[in-house]
Design a protein around this ligand. Structure first.
Ligand SMILES: *Cc1c(COP(=O)(O)O)cnc(C)c1O
Length: 376
């Protein structure tokens, strides 16, 4: 049964729940799991995915912006929501009203948030992000200075200390071990000064999947694994302790199909020339749907259970494929851009390799005009 859109993704709730359960059992009961559902749950639909996760027992959700947190609250999500990458002065208004928890990236922001809370006569929890060596968000201040600032922020509750790895999947690099040690040292020094927050967290999907237990502390923040992917590790990685399966399939409807003679040029720039009489199909998804232009003449889709090539340029709204060997493909048929038909699969990692990007970019790149259909 096809839902009948020109292009749509099907997100399997069962798979999302199973991936969450796999993460949960990998880390055990002593470790809280903050489910990363930023960027519309990596294109999977944040509200539906969060509902599914909540039903599966998730208590913490992590988003990037306050707006994303507000969307979840308005949809009735009741768990804790951590806002990981917003500008404090833009997002603070929503914190109390929607019960969001802010990640604070600098001591200046911490002082400012404290003044804001004092002004409103409210008490706000926060997680402080430290830069353990990634060189992006997070304070570089010493433990002594951090402790003083936490101490003087009387209107705030220091609930979490967090950091983020730059090279978690690269076992040829020492960066993860160095960051891990720096984070542990800071936790110890703050603890020695009497500041041990309820949650300490630095690990996303990779340190969970490859069993880097010393990096789990008592909270982990997986995103990609919930959607069924684990980035391949570089270097001498230990074996994975986590198995997950892609939750999303991306499909498109054939708008038109026709026979073309040998020598026919296909699409913008005449990038492809038919080498023989061929049958081509034009499917209703293009780069404005998130199908990378870099798949032009290089990518493949699954049609009638076979891998077939993309012919010529991916256009804004449509893409041409070779269906010479697929007589069952007619206008109205659907093809699979990401996902499986029988034993034949294309996943976001394969597509990313061909397009010269990463699986995250492929998933988050599926545009809003592609219908999201959530199935059991
Ligand atoms: C996106 C993000 C995550 C999740 O990363 P995955 O690799 O998808 O598991 C965790 N923490 C922070 C701060 C993030 O920005």
């Amino acid at each position: 049964m096809e839902p009948g859109f020109r292009s749509w993704v099907e997100v399997s709730r069962r798979r999302v729940a199973a991936n969450y359960a796999a993460v949960r059992s990998a880390v055990g009961d002593q470790v809280e799991v903050a489910c990363v559902v930023k960027a519309d749950a990596y294109g999977h639909g944040a509200v539906e995915v969060s509902r599914t996760l909540a039903e599966a027992g998730a208590r913490w959700f992590a988003v990037s912006t306050a707006e994303e947190g507000v969307e979840l609250r308005r949809a009735g999500i009741e768990g804790r929501i951590l806002v990981m990458a917003d500008y404090a002065r833009l997002s603070r208004e929503a914190l109390e009203e929607y019960g969001l928890t802010l990640v604070v990236h600098s001591l200046e922001d911490l002082r400012e948030l404290d003044a804001f809370a004092a002004n409103r006569d409210i008490r706000l929890p926060y997680h402080l992000k430290v830069d353990s060596g990634m060189g992006r968000l997070g304070t570089l201040a010493s433990a002594a200075v951090i402790a003083d600032t936490i101490q003087s922020a009387a209107n705030l509750e220091f609930e979490g200390l967090m950091s983020h790895f730059a090279s978690a999947s690269d076992y040829a690099s020492a960066q993860t071990a160095l960051q891990s040690r720096a984070f542990e040292a800071l936790c110890r020094e703050l603890c020695a000064r009497g500041f041990l927050p309820r949650f300490r967290h630095i690990a996303s999907t990779n340190p969970v999947a490859y069993g880097r237990r010393d990096a789990w502390h008592n909270m982990v923040r997986p995103g990609l694994a919930l959607y069924g992917y684990i980035s391949p590790a570089r270097g001498d990685a230990p074996s994975r302790i986590l198995e997950v399966e892609p939750a999303l399939a991306w499909k498109a409807t054939v708008i038109s199909a026709k026979d073309v003679p040998a020598g026919a040029r296909i699409g913008y720039g005449g990038m492809y020339t038919a080498t023989r009489p061929m049958r081509i199909a034009v499917v209703g998804a293009g780069y404005a749907d998130g199908l990378s232009h870099r798949l032009s003449n290089r990518g493949q889709v699954v049609a009638a259970g076979k891998l077939v090539p993309i012919l010529g340029a991916v256009s804004m709204d449509v893409t041409t494929i070779d269906v010479t060997e697929c007589p069952s493909i007619v206008p109205g048929s659907s093809v699979t851009l990401l996902g499986a038909e029988g034993a034949v699969t294309i996943d976001a990692q394969q597509m990313a390799r061909i397009a010269g990007t990463i699986s995250y970019d492929i998933l988050c790149g599926i545009r809003a005009r592609v219908q999201r259909v959530h199935i059991a």
